[in-house]
Design a protein around this ligand. Structure first.
Ligand code: SAM
Length: 277
């Protein structure tokens, strides 16, 4: 099959368009995804269909979310004969992924995407909110973003993105992809990563939003000690109660410690007989 729109479309920088052109890499991506006939697969940013055309006949349903309206007519034409192919024109950053489940009467989906690098971090934060309905996610990202996702405590790349994604998902870096695999070639190296939402988070916390707030605050000043980084919201004795030495740097603190700190900085829950007005 010919690529949707191949030849006619000028890649747009503002949409982060770097189209995959290396058949060997596309094959490796599909091998890593292992599409199955029972799958509902959601592809973010199908572009000219490089991955799409390898998935459409291998899965039960394939839904794509594409922002660039100029690419959509060609996608519709290329896959016109496939009744399992569904196009959603919209912004993946604002998209309600449960809509696809409702439309197709499913309860879980798999997600894939060679993501536009300029929006990958906010998109990952948006997607993890849908974790109960996601079986797994396979993404092509800038190599450094994969390093941040997989970083452990003490690593240079350890920070808010890795901590919050690891709270929701198991992170598995897969393989590197060089710039020449894309047209136009990006200026950075890329890597594939697999994210699998945990059945149960690795640590418990009463409020994930508070965990995110605390981690954001700590890493907004990552070169400072944690005492100074969070002092606008947390005093030293609370840090100590959370088992955190105030002289540590934000990157030396584990997810479990951040989760304890988040719980200690929440207002205490009211007893059952004393509900708020
Ligand atoms: N999947 C294709 C491939 O591998 O060749 C295209 C990948 S290209 C890196 C990123 C794709 O995401 C483009 O098709 C672009 O138009 C689309 N895109 C960019 N921003 C988007 C957004 N906010 N929501 C949905 N799609 C977006």
């Amino acid at each position: 099959m010919s690529r949707a729109g191949a030849g006619g479309h000028q890649a747009r920088k503002r949409f982060g368009q770097n189209f995959l052109q290396d058949p060997g890499i596309i094959h490796r991506i599909v091998e890593a995804i292992k599409p199955a006939p029972t799958d509902l697969m959601v592809e973010i940013g199908p572009g000219q269909g490089a991955i799409t055309e390898q998935l459409v006949d291998a899965v039960g349903e394939l839904a794509v979310v594409e922002l660039d309206r100029d690419l959509i007519p060609n996608l519709r034409i290329s896959f016109a004969t496939r009744t399992n192919f569904h196009v959603y024109a919209g912004d993946a950053l604002k998209f309600d992924y449960q809509r696809i489940l409702r439309d197709l009467n499913r309860d879980r989906m798999r997600i894939v995407g060679n993501l536009p690098y300029n929006i990958s971090t906010p998109l990952l934060f948006h997607l993890v909110a849908f974790h109960p309905w996601i079986q797994d996610m396979h993404f092509m990202l800038q190599k450094e973003v994969v390093e941040r996702l997989a970083a452990g405590v003490g690593d240079n790349a350890y920070g808010r993105l890795g901590i919050m994604v690891q709270y929701h998902c198991q992170v598995e870096p897969l393989f590197m992809v060089p710039p020449e695999a894309f047209r136009p070639a990006p200026r950075v190296d890329s890597a594939m990563v697999r994210l699998r939402p945990h059945a149960k988070p690795p640590v418990s916390t009463r409020d994930v939003t508070q965990l995110n707030r605390i981690v954001t605050l700590a890493f907004s000043q990552r070169r400072k000690t944690v005492r100074n980084a969070v002092k606008s919201a947390v005093n030293e004795s609370i840090l100590e109660q959370a088992g955190i030495a105030p002289d540590l740097r934000p990157e030396q603190i584990t997810l479990a410690q951040y989760a304890r700190l988040a719980d200690l900085t929440l207002p205490a829950p009211l007893p059952a007989n004393q509900k708020e007005e």
